[in-house]
Ligand binder design. Sequence first.
Ligand code: HEC
Ligand code: HEC
Ligand code: HEC
Ligand code: HEC
Ligand code: HEC
Length: 159
Amino acid sequence: MKNRYIPITIIVAVLCATALVGYLTPSGEQEVPPRVILDNAGGRVIFTHAAHTEDYGFACVDCHHDGIGQEKFISCGSCHPAAFDETFRAEHQNNFESEDACLRCHYDTPQEELAEDNRPDTEFIPTRADAFHAQCMNCHEDMGAGPYGDDTCYDCHAR
Ligand code: HEC
Ligand code: HEC
Ligand code: HEC
Ligand code: HEC
Ligand code: HEC
């Protein structure tokens, strides 16, 4: 009679254990930085990250267009370096945890010895400052909001 309950008890125990592990394990969601400080030759920019996501209501992927899943957003500079030079070529592979990220630029999974036809065309990948200026200013201009244009440099940059 009692034995009938054993399978149910086991199932319930397993479900409880699964729920507990799920509750105790970090969800993989990241800390969203409230502010991002961007030091650069034009004067430091303090980007109000939390205001842009919470108050102005943008989705993560409106800016993080890296397309490698929401489990981890990486810095823009990983893909938009100051220049696509020797240093970038030698070191950029270390910026990415997943092979999927390679395919953002390489059409095929890169091998140690890069195939000639697997070299990304950098003409279409903006360098760092261009990427930031374009993303920040284009959105502001499109929305009729925020600073953009020649006379607003110091609305973003510290003097
Ligand atoms: C309005 C544009 C915008 C939106 C919306 C946005 N971010 Fe960001 N985020 C940025 C910029 C710009 C940086 C700075 C990146 C850098 O330093 O290269 C950044 C940095 C980050 C970083 C730090 C990355 C690193 O390692 O340097 C994380 C994590 C992050 N964002 C997560 C999120 C999440 C999660 C959301 C959605 C809730 C989100 N962001 C929404 C623009 C945005
Ligand atoms: C995993 C690599 C990767 C990351 C990370 C990345 N980008 Fe890009 N981005 C690219 C590539 C590749 C292009 C070239 C055009 C295309 O394929 O969309 C591009 C194009 C752009 C463009 C021009 C085209 C467009 O979509 O308007 C802007 C502006 C830009 N990125 C800004 C940013 C900013 C700002 C960040 C950080 C919030 C960022 N990118 C993070 C790879 C990346
Ligand atoms: C933001 C775009 C971008 C991403 C993302 C990217 N690469 Fe590259 N990669 C390049 C460019 C640009 C070059 C230089 C191509 C050339 O020489 O014409 C390059 C070159 C290479 C080379 C040849 C290096 C050399 O010394 O000539 C290898 C190997 C490579 N990438 C592997 C990877 C791997 C592995 C990943 C993912 C973990 C990756 N790349 C992600 C843009 C990218
Ligand atoms: C997807 C659209 C979008 C992008 C991308 C974006 N912004 Fe904004 N930004 C806004 C909106 C909307 C406001 C609110 C403006 C208002 O209320 O007048 C704003 C306001 C601002 C303000 C004034 C208020 C505040 O929160 O500080 C600054 C400065 C600013 N943005 C800087 C930046 C910088 C720097 C970047 C790039 C790293 C950026 N923004 C990218 C949409 C955007
Ligand atoms: C919407 C905010 C915003 C406005 C407005 C703005 N910038 Fe920027 N600027 C940035 C951001 C973000 C960066 C990239 C910071 C980084 O590389 O970490 C940047 C980078 C720069 C750089 C560094 C370039 C490099 O190669 O290192 C210069 C110089 C610059 N801006 C000049 C200007 C000038 C001049 C104006 C006015 C015509 C202006 N900016 C307006 C946000 C802005």
